[in-house]
Design a protein around this ligand. Sequence first.
Ligand SMILES: [Cu+2]
Length: 94
Amino acid sequence: MVLLFMGQFPACLCEYFDAMGQTANAQGTVTAIDDEAGTITIDHGPVEAVDWPVMTMAFEADESERMKVKVGDEVAFGFRMSDAGSEITSIEKR
Ligand SMILES: [Cu+2]
């Protein structure tokens, strides 16, 4: 989506669009890893940077990231908001 790369957003776009491209760090517990969908599901703590409460959600994750963790691991991770969801950019066991 072109707007992602423009740096400035028109004021009329909703918060969701404002958050696109934003990166944040969080901590949580891995509850599922889905190699077919390419996701890691994490029960994560609050993420102030994107105004998220505690929740369990699936993040997109490359195979290299999925191989670093297993279900039950406590992890620290970074992610980026995209138009497809949230994509893990780094993850490690705590
Ligand atoms: Cu979440």
